[in-house]
Design a protein around this ligand. Structure first.
Ligand SMILES: Cc1ncc(C[n+]2csc(CCOP(=O)(O)OP(=O)(O)O)c2C)c(N)n1
Ligand SMILES: [Mg+2]
Length: 770
């Protein structure tokens, strides 16, 4: 945007006030005016909004360009809605339904809000860090020729000061430093208060050191212009002011001018007499609340002087609840103004009763044209973008050859073959891994496609002719983003790359790999990625006690249950390489389909004999969650239901038992997640008059009504035991319920009851009369 004339500062100040009013009013309306039929508190954060209104006015009506993307601190959501209300992209109706069904969401949501939300926020820390990875994705797209210089932007995070306690932020800046990340503005609303209390003084001194050592510029916006001038004139006052603790400052802001005066008189005596003489109580309070984050001149100047691409942390001093009656009070986080206080605020800014929603109500005719033209100029920048789906031709994914294969090795082969075959999909795949690229079988792909680096990174070992299977040189055409061991970063990287179609108009096909147990380390970030509807393929391998000698610390147990409860993520667990190929093809389709989702593949290093197929009938069932690997007889009394790595045990047991148990079937489950979803969806649909049975109901209805199911998976048995509830059949669940340990597969399968004997015993248990 063009530099603003000085008169715009006045318009920006009016907009700041307007945002503070509209955000407070939106929250007030939801809590005090909208009809409530259950007395449930609606809530909202007037104080957290008030401390950011100036910063956000300066950004959205001055500093942001059309390609810039912003993650807004969750509790300032109403300010973002107010901005879009002024811009004309938010409706009064949505604001009137703030925190109500179908209304503006409490925290900015990409998927549920009608305004363009660049990044959803809510779980503090994650919105901050995703901007860093989005910037990395922007560099990736530029380097690959998918983004013009004119389409590049800056990534802005608006951060609460207490939010800086979240460790994921530091994991992100360490990773960012390795990748020479740029075009970031992180703006801290340093209001010295968290949810519970005022925040610790000691730590804040250190944040700038931490950021600087990661290559950031730190700009501290302590004082507004007026306060700065006053402190410059009174050296003693400045020294005194700067030694106030967070709690003392907040308390004084709350108490107001009289308290400032009494305290200064008591502690500085005659040294401050001239200043006290010049200022009445109200003026004194006004002077000390003129902090950097509330001073439009200071904000505009700071933003205007950071126009290069160096990542910049702005620490803007603010007051929580600025301009509101509970400003500075330590308990104000969820504080709500009462109707009398709201009326006083309304009057103070010249809004007539009954005209509260009018965007520019009460703005004098002198100022109005300036305000209107500023809004007009800012509008173009904030349109909602199309999400860019369906533009990539997706080839069939062939099954790798081999009578014996593990799903993990097959995954590596499939990617290698895809790379060799070339084509648009192969070019759009971007892989990433937190230091387990080699051990998750991505090495061959990386040998082919290279590491992504903005500047050329020679492979020193290769140049020195030291033999190695991994030939990893880096450059700006590379397609693998190597991350340090921080699983939260992996998921944020996948989130950002999985939003590339939305953010940049070019869809990528991100694939991330990690060990299955370490999903838990980044779980909130994974949930965050799914919450925003980012699209990616997550490959978790190895998994389960099938990992044998690696022992209990690396053997995963519960991820299938995590996946069962995770919206936006489809779990597939193949036993055979052909299933895996079909699932990967489906995962790519789901990435590029508006109604799709992300996919989680749980794989293993166990090499098993592949099955012979008579035809391709299994495929549709495998993609829907399961299929009969060995067909049951009509009204069979029992079936073995198995998933993933333990399929050889299930097949062997089936062979052994089939003579004794006529009609015994073997059901291969490929996705408990999909089976469960289909089951509940069919139940819900029946209430709408639809009679279609779900896939799992059709599969299980092949068996007798009182049939017994022996379920088995190298995972928590609850992953499959619920199948008994579908048609009321009996279940003997086998699986892993205790931490694993080292051992051979035979040792462990026997000890944890995942072997043929366990299956045989469980079948007998179900069939023998009690
Ligand atoms: C991961 C996570 N933990 C806890 C919360 C609950 N919570 C919401 S806001 C907040 C304190 C925020 O303080 P600060 O970041 O300083 O924001 P502000 O003062 O601007 O409201 C907490 C603990 C959350 N939203 N996310
Ligand atoms: Mg705070």
């Amino acid at each position: 945007m063009l530099k603003q004339a000085t008169t715009d500062i006045e318009a920006l100040k009016i907009l700041d006030e307007r945002l503070r009013w509209l955000s407070a009013w939106t929250i007030h309306h939801a809590n005090h005016i909208r009809h409530s039929d259950n007395g449930l508190k609606v809530g909202g954060h007037q104080a957290s909004c008030a401390s950011m209104s100036a910063i956000m006015a300066a950004l959205y009506f001055h500093a942001l360009g059309p390609n810039d993307r912003v993650a807004v601190k969750p509790h300032a959501g109403p300010v973002l809605h107010a901005i879009h209300y002024l811009l004309g992209s938010q409706s009064r109706e949505a604001l009137e339904h703030f925190r109500g069904f179908g209304g503006a969401q409490s925290y900015p949501s990409r998927t549920k809000d009608r305004i363009p939300v660049d990044f959803s926020t809510g779980s503090v820390g994650l919105g901050v860090a995703i901007t860093l990875f989005a910037s990395l994705v922007q560099d990736y797209l530029s380097a690959h020729g998918w983004l013009n210089e004119a389409e590049r932007g800056r990534f802005v995070a608006l951060i609460g000061d207490a939010e800086l306690d979240e460790g994921n932020i530091y994991e992100a800046i360490i990773e960012g430093a390795k990748h020479d990340v740029r075009n970031l503005w992180w703006i801290v609303d340093y209001n010295r208060q968290s949810l519970d209390a005022t925040s610790a003084d000691r730590m804040f001194e250190r944040f700038d050191e931490i950021f600087r050592s990661c290559g950031w510029r730190v700009v501290e916006l302590r004082y507004g212009k007026r306060l700065q001038a006053a402190l410059d004139r009174h050296e003693d006052l400045k020294t005194w002011f700067e030694q106030l603790s967070n709690a003392e400052l907040s308390a004084l802001h709350y108490q107001g001018g009289g308290a400032w005066r009494a305290r200064i008189e008591a502690e500085l005596g005659t040294k401050a007499a001239p200043l006290l003489r010049e200022h009445g109580d109200e003026a004194l309070a006004g002077l000390f609340t003129d902090l950097g984050g509330h001073c439009m001149e200071a904000l505009v100047e700071a933003f205007d002087s950071a126009q290069d691409d160096v990542p910049t942390l702005f620490i803007a001093w603010t007051i929580k609840g600025f301009g509101l009656p509970f400003a500075g009070h330590k308990d104000n986080h969820a504080g709500l103004m009462n109707p009398t206080q709201m009326a006083a605020l309304r009057q103070s800014i010249g809004v007539r009763e009954g005209h509260e929603w009018e965007p520019l109500e009460g703005i004098g005719s002198n100022a109005l044209p300036g305000v209107e033209s500023l809004i007009e100029r800012s509008r173009f920048a904030r349109e909602k973008r199309s999400r860019n789906f369906g533009n990539v031709a997706l080839p069939a994914i062939p099954t790798p050859a081999g009578e014996e294969q593990s799903t993990q090795a097959a995954f590596g082969r499939i990617l290698l073959d895809l790379s060799k075959a070339g084509g648009e999909l192969a070019d759009r795949v971007v892989t990433t891994s937190p230091d387990v690229t080699v051990s998750t079988n991505l090495g061959a792909w990386v040998n082919q496609r290279g590491l992504f680096r903005r500047s050329e990174l020679p492979d020193v070992f290769a140049q020195a002719k030291i033999a190695s299977a991994q030939k990893w040189s880096g450059g700006n055409k590379g397609q693998h983003i190597e991350l340090g061991i921080a699983e939260s970063n992996l998921f944020l990287m996948l989130a950002a790359a999985g939003l590339s179609g939305d953010l940049f108009g070019t869809r990528l096909f991100p694939i991330g790999t990690l060990y299955d147990p370490f999903i838990a380390r980044g779980l909130d970030s994974l949930n965050y990625a799914c919450y925003q509807d980012a699209r990616f393929l997550l490959v978790a391998t190895p998994s389960g006690i099938t990992l044998g000698p690696e022992g209990g610390a690396h053997q995963s147990i519960n991820p299938p249950l995590i996946a069962l409860g995770q919206p936006g993520l489809r779990h597939y667990e193949p036993a055979f390489a052909d299933e895996l190929a079909a699932m990967m093809q489906e995962a790519f389709r789901l990435i590029d389909d508006p109604a799709g989702e992300s996919t989680y593949l749980r794989l293993t290093t166990r090499s098993i004999r592949q099955v012979e197929r008579e035809n391709g009938d299994w495929r549709e069932g495998a993609l829907s969650g399961g299929y009969w690997l060995r067909e049951p007889g009509d009204n069979a009394e029992a079936a073995i239901v198995a998933m993933g790595a333990v399929m050889p045990e299930a097949l062997a047991a089936w062979e052994e038992l089939r003579a004794d148990v006529p009609g015994l079937g073997l059901l291969a489950v490929t996705s408990p997640d999909l089976l469960h979803r289909g089951w509940t969806a069919a139940q819900a649909a029946r209430w709408n008059g639809q009679r279609d049975a779900s896939h799992v109901e059709r599969l299980l209805s092949r068996l007798a009504a009182n049939a017994g199911l022996v379920t088995i998976a190298d995972a928590a048995p609850a992953s499959l035991s619920w199948l008994g509830g579908v048609l009321g059949q009996r279940v003997a669940p086998l699986g892993v319920e205790k931490f694993g340990q080292t051992g051979t597969l035979a040792d462990l399968y026997a000890a944890y009851r995942l072997d043929g004997d366990a299956i045989t015993e469980a079948v007998a248990e179900l069939l023998l009369p009690a």
